[in-house]
Design a protein. Structure first.
Length: 260
């Protein structure tokens, strides 16, 4: 009898192990879209933490879609995690700067950030410049810059060395190509710097002390709370010098902030 029970227990354990291995294999074989849909289903079932972790796993694997960051922000917000929510909304906004829905949800999340300091409004020409930046990627701007550069070179050669092409229309065309080349080159450099700028970050811990110097024993200046957006000005091995939108600055533990 005892021997029979042991055999049954052994078969049960093997069955559970097989089911676990099978589910893991199926999870590994699931496509990113299927996993994204599964995370959406978890969200609809109000399993917000599980949903957020599922989105986050896709993000950690290198997927960078606006909808993925946006949904992750929604899930983290519902799960009560303001820092990850704000972080993912900010990432979604980087990919879609004019998205009103992302801006709206980010504003709601920022309302839960203790001591939140908003960014100063941009003047009209700054807004125009930002809108221009997002017409193309840095590679797109660079490609057009090369096209206008070679058109300028060809136009100058025709103007200088080919008889009959030295006229005012070609000269004005060369001026236009030169201006367009410079504009596209500037935009290529600017958009590249923005895409690779990781100076901004989000505070991810509940509270963090801001120090007067990069030392644990230095004076406490003020506190930052989870979800606060900061600009990282400098860093040592352990400490980062940060600045808020209102100009206040100091040093915090680098582990307390996640770079955007």
């Amino acid at each position: 009898m005892f021997h029979s029970r042991m055999i049954k227990s052994l078969f049960l354990a093997m069955g559970l192990l097989f089911a676990t291995c099978t589910s893991q294999v199926m999870a590994q074989q699931a496509t990113p879209q299927q996993r994204f849909d599964q995370a959406n289903n978890l969200y609809r079932q109000s399993k917000f933490t599980e949903s957020a972790n599922a989105y986050q796993q896709l993000i950690d694997e290198g997927y960078t879609e606006r909808s993925l960051y946006f949904n992750a922000g929604n899930a983290w917000y519902k799960a009560g995690k303001t820092g990850p929510a704000v972080f993912n909304y900010e990432k979604a906004l980087q990919l879609s700067p004019e998205d009103a829905t992302v801006k709206h949800n980010l504003a709601i999340a920022n309302q839960k950030v203790n001591g939140f300091v908003g960014e100063l409004p941009l003047v009209f020409f700054q807004q125009w410049w930002l809108q221009l930046q997002h017409i193309h990627s840095s590679n797109g701007w660079a490609t057009f810059a090369l096209i206008f550069f070679w058109l300028l070179v060809i136009g100058m050669i025709m103007n200088l060395f080919i008889p009959g092409f030295n006229n005012k229309y070609l000269t004005w065309g060369n001026y236009l190509f030169g201006i367009l080349f410079i504009l596209h080159l500037l935009m290529a450099v600017d958009t590249y710097n923005i895409a690779n700028n990781h100076d901004n970050g989000i505070v991810m811990t509940a509270t963090v002390k801001v120090k007067a110097a990069p030392d644990d024993s230095s004076k406490d200046l003020f506190e930052l709370h989870e979800g606060m957006k900061v600009k990282v000005l400098d860093s040592t091995k352990e400490f980062c010098k940060i600045e808020l939108n209102d100009g206040k600055n100091g040093w915090i533990i680098c582990n307390g902030v996640k770079r955007l």
